[in-house]
Design a protein around this ligand. Structure first.
Ligand code: GAL
Length: 962
């Protein structure tokens, strides 16, 4: 097993080539294999590869799969740190090694001659034998490897044996931030390779946007013919340039594919052709002559039960979810995806930045000492990885950039990868974020740059230097297009600040969008003893070294339920802008390529959230970039707060969504709420130490609310605390994280002192001073209570005293009502959660949900579930009793069955246990979310600075819903 100490990437493998299916015979070898896991490479089974080895004592494991997801060994998560010593190319003796065996019968009629055994992905290193004969070995987990087996196959029974090592020299190049998972995790196939077949091909299909012409040449073997009926090409030589005077180009918005066939004597290969030309021109990345704007996400392959062995239907689901959320681009972080994923991108329309399986981030911890990226002994391995990706994926129109990898420092091996790539495929720019000087890339790329920095870059005013810069090179860098290959770290509640990034992308031509980090939380599904599901993260498998829940930072929860962050992203990047204001409706087509012909515009008028009129809006078909103004429908003035909503929906079914699917919306206020009638307090009456204020009873001595009508209600108290979010925790943010400031000050352990209780002007006035221990900072909170018919009015005035030098998490009151009041209806922002810098997706309307449905199940529990701009809310029990809360004009609403302290203490969702109360937070304001878990914190305009605030609420208990 000398390969475990070599820098070479493999031996005995065939030259890399395109992935394709053909009419040549193929035999899938997925299914149940015999399996045994050895603790180290030294403990493998002698002779396991031989024909007659008796494997009946072994266990079984499906292929494709990771053995850790099937009870052998355990998953382990680290972000940057290698879980083994930096001692390249050596790996520890403790090296779990899977032994796999599978017998198969060669089908009758299988042709004699060359045949190939193809592995799509094996993590991290494997050696393979067929019928006892060694074929070779390979590294490069997320890349294919093929071996010639024509001379080894035999009619009838064949025996395939594969030895897979968890750790190998290749592991040094695979330090991506993800679970360490091993095994044959993508398909294995046996392919007959007809001698007079098509070994490989490279489709070059360009589009001239000035003339509308397409040029088509398929680089392949001599004598191969091409037929594309729709283009009028019938059995023409493939490897010649065909100029087609008029073709429909491919773009992510208009994914036009032409079906064709390549044919040789011995083989026919179906091909799908998309005409497009990618170029960097005048410092702008263009496709078909137009600037593109990436509304992207970083996608790791993830399934909560299968790890990176993602079932095909899940890949499709990802793409449908992306398209339905206005995502138009994917960076395949940080390795080439399953090849079928790219077929779907071609078909459904996504721009793809195809990234090589390469990351050496752990060397940063030793100052990049010994980084493989600049060590010539690793050069072959680097080039091998790039070649295998480019050759495999070169025929996908969706792939518009090649990325060398991620976080591998810089060095000659990366430059060599770029040079090879340009030579092999001049038709696609090269991307790599780590080349700060942009000496060997075509696009300037950064991750987590702040809004301010993006603005500077947009204005080409960014300077050399900076914390991460390796050298200057600014002059060249400033001539290139700019993308944020990662931004808006979607860990936990958030990300905040998306809108402000989008404005910069739309303001600066060279800022061509970005890719949110990341698509999905990599949680592993577990089931508790009572059947409750939860998701595990780093440390849950007893790893000695791990990075906790940093692996759960996606726009989807692990089970692919969209998070509020995804709803926000959908709204922020919507490709059509609908402005409704000042008696006008303005529609802007923000697509780069598509007109609005596929959309239908619908309007509706709602009075206090109840639809009173609606219809279709006549909007002319707009070309990309065009805008139109349309007159709003005539509607009589409403008696209540009235909004006009205009929605752009799909006019007909598309492959990724049905007719009626909403793409974009805009809302404008038609008439504000009428001023509330003048109210006069009823008298405050007292008896037996109790005070009666409207429908409520208070304790006279303390001013504490005891009962509200028939409801036992916890006396509202001022609250400033929220269970810190991952962004508050700010592990990789800048400056001192908000959570650290808050805990240092003690906002999680406030003390309340009653200053004074008085009855004045028919109102009960309760003055309090709220402060943490060990400081003289405080918030003075006055509660003024008075009765208004059936209602109880509370006016809160809060005034911080002292020199507060940190923002407040929230400012409002906290109370609790009986658990039975579990059905919530509200008029205000919804339907999902919203915070000051993540609130674009919240529209004004009337919504309903149970208290349980109001919770957002972040993998690590934290603040969540706030509903914004709530004018009124009703909480009702099944028997019809309830409580109505009105804001004047509005408040922020959170309702949950556990306390903030419970949320703060829980590490996983199943640890949260409902109490017999519904805890309510009725807030005047919240601090924003930001994305300081990795990146910038809350922007100044969304910080909740300490200052005087007030909040007015009316509580009205009822017996059956009013
Ligand atoms: C980046 C890295 C990603 C991920 C992210 C934080 O530095 O490229 O792989 O680790 O940070 O979640």
């Amino acid at each position: 097993m000398s390969y475990l100490t070599e820098f070479a990437p493999g031996a005995g493998r065939l030259r890399p080539r395109a992935f394709f299916a053909s009419d040549a015979p193929a035999l899938g070898l997925d299914g149940v294999w015999r399996f045994r896991l050895a603790g180290s490479a030294a403990e493998v089974t002698p002779g396991f590869e031989t024909d007659d080895f008796d494997d009946r004592g072994w266990g079984e494991l499906p292929v494709p799969a990771h053995w850790q997801m099937h009870g052998h060994g355990a998953p382990a998560y680290t972000n940057v740190r290698y879980p083994f010593p930096l001692d390249p190319p050596h790996v520890p003796d403790e090296n779990p090694t899977g032994e796999y065996r599978r017998e198969f019968t060669l089908p009758n009629g299988w042709p004699e001659g060359p045949a190939v055994l193809r592995f799509e992905g094996v993590d991290s290193c494997f050696a393979v034998w067929l019928n006892g004969r060694p074929l070779g070995w390979s590294t490069g987990s997320r890349l294919p490897a093929e071996f010639e087996v024509g001379g080894v196959l035999r009619p009838g029974r064949n025996v395939l044996a594969v030895r897979v090592h968890q750790w190998s020299p290749g592991s040094y190049l695979e330090d991506q931030d993800m679970w360490w998972l091993s095994g044959i995790f993508r398909s294995v196939t046996l392919l007959a390779r007809p001698a007079d077949g098509i070994a490989d091909f490279f489709v070059h299909a360009g589009y001239d946007h000035r003339t509308g012409a397409g040029t088509l040449r398929v680089e392949t073997g001599d004598g191969v013919r091409l037929t594309v009926p729709e283009l009028g090409l019938a059995d023409v030589p493939a490897d010649e340039e065909h100029v087609l005077p008029r073709v429909e180009p491919w773009s992510a918005e208009t994914p036009r594919l032409y079906e064709g066939v390549l044919s040789a004597e011995g083989e026919r290969v179906p091909v799908r052709i998309g005409f497009r030309t990618v170029a960097v021109e005048d410092g702008v990345l263009k496709v078909n002559g137009r600037r593109v704007l990436f509304r992207g996400v970083n996608r790791h392959e993830w399934h909560p039960d299968h790890g990176r062995a993602v079932p095909p239907e899940t890949m499709r689901r990802d793409l449908l979810l992306m398209k339905r959320h206005n995502v138009n681009a994917v960076r395949t972080s940080h390795y080439p995806p399953h090849p079928a994923f790219l077929d779907l991108c071609d078909e459904l329309g996504l721009w793809v930045v195809d990234e090589c399986d390469l990351e050496t981030h752990g060397f940063q911890r030793v100052g990049w000492r010994g980084n493989p990226s600049d060590d010539p002994r690793w050069r072959d391995a680097f080039l091998d990885r790039m070649r295998r990706m480019v050759e495999r994926d070169k025929n996908h129109p969706s792939v518009v950039m090649w990325s060398l990898g991620n976080e591998a420092g810089t060095g000659g091996n990366l430059a060599a990868m770029a040079a090879w790539t340009r030579e092999r495929d001049p038709g696609r720019p090269v991307h790599y974020e780590g080349d700060r000087a942009c000496s060997y890339v075509d696009v300037h790329s950064r991750m987590y740059a702040s809004h301010e920095e993006v603005d500077l870059i947009g204005r080409r005013a960014d300077e050399d230097g900076g914390a991460d810069s390796t050298d200057g090179g600014g002059a060249r860098r400033r001539t290139l297009p700019f993308v944020l290959c990662e931004y808006a770290h979607a860990m936990g509640a958030g990300p905040g600040g998306l809108t402000e990034y989008q404005r910069l992308f739309e303001a600066h031509e060279r800022c061509q969008g970005g890719f949110v980090w990341e698509w999905i939380d990599h949680g592993i599904r577990r089931t508790g003893p009572d059947g409750t599901e939860w998701f595990a993260y780093g440390g849950d498998f007893g790893e000695p070294l791990h990075d906790g829940n940093f692996v759960a930072d996606g726009l989807l929860f692990p089970d692919r339920v969209p998070s509020p962050g995804l709803a926000e992203y959908k709204k922020v990047v919507e490709p059509v802008r609908i402005g409704v204001a000042d008696g006008r409706i303005e529609i802007v087509n923000g697509h780069d390529f598509a007109g609005t012909g596929h959309l239908e515009f619908r309007w509706s008028v709602e009075e206090e959230g109840v639809a009173v009129a609606g219809g279709r809006l006549d909007v002319p078909v707009l070309a990309p970039g065009e805008r139109a103004e349309v007159a709003p429908p005539e509607v009589p003035a409403g008696k209540a707060e009235t909004w006009l909503t205009v929605r752009a929906v799909l006019a007909a079914d598309l492959p990724w969504a049905d007719a009626g699917h909403e793409v974009a919306w805009g809302q404008g206020l038609l008439s504000p709420a009428p001023p509330p009638p003048a109210r006069r307090p009823g008298p405050v009456t007292g008896k037996d130490g109790l005070l009666r204020v409207g429908p409520a009873v208070f304790e006279e001595r303390t001013g504490r609310l005891l009962r509200l009508g028939g409801l036992p209600v916890d006396a509202p108290r001022l609250d400033l605390w929220r269970a810190p979010t991952d962004n508050d925790h700010g592990l990789h943010g800048r400056g001192t994280p908000d959570e650290a400031l808050w805990r240092r000050l003690g906002l999680h352990r406030l003390r309340h002192r009653l200053v004074d209780v008085a009855v004045e002007d028919d109102a009960l006035l309760v003055r309090t001073r709220v402060a943490p221990a060990a400081t003289d900072l405080a918030v003075l909170a006055d509660f003024r209570w008075w009765g208004d018919g059936d209602g109880l009015v509370l006016e809160v005035r809060a005034e911080p005293v002292g020199d507060w030098d940190c923002p407040l998490p929230r400012l409002g009151v906290r109370t609790a009502v009986p658990a039975a009041l579990s059905h919530v209806e509200w008029y205000g922002g919804g339907p999902g959660e919203a915070y000051p810098d993540m609130c674009r997706a919240a529209r004004v309307g009337r919504f309903a949900a149970t208290v349980d449905e109001l919770q957002t199940p972040y993998v690590r529990p934290q603040e969540n579930g706030n509903r914004t701009g709530v004018r009124w809310a009703r909480l009702t029990a099944p028997d019809g009793t309830g409580l109505r809360i009105d804001g004047a004009p509005a408040f922020e609403l959170t309702a949950r069955r556990w306390t903030t302290e419970d949320l703060d203490a829980a590490r996983h969702t199943h640890e949260l246990r409902p109490h017999d109360r519904v805890y309510l937070h009725l807030d005047a304001a919240h601090h924003g979310l930001g994305s300081a878990s990795c990146g910038p914190g809350v922007l100044p305009e969304h910080r909740l600075t300490a200052g005087p605030r007030s909040l007015t609420l009316t509580f009205t208990p009822y017996r059956s819903a009013p």
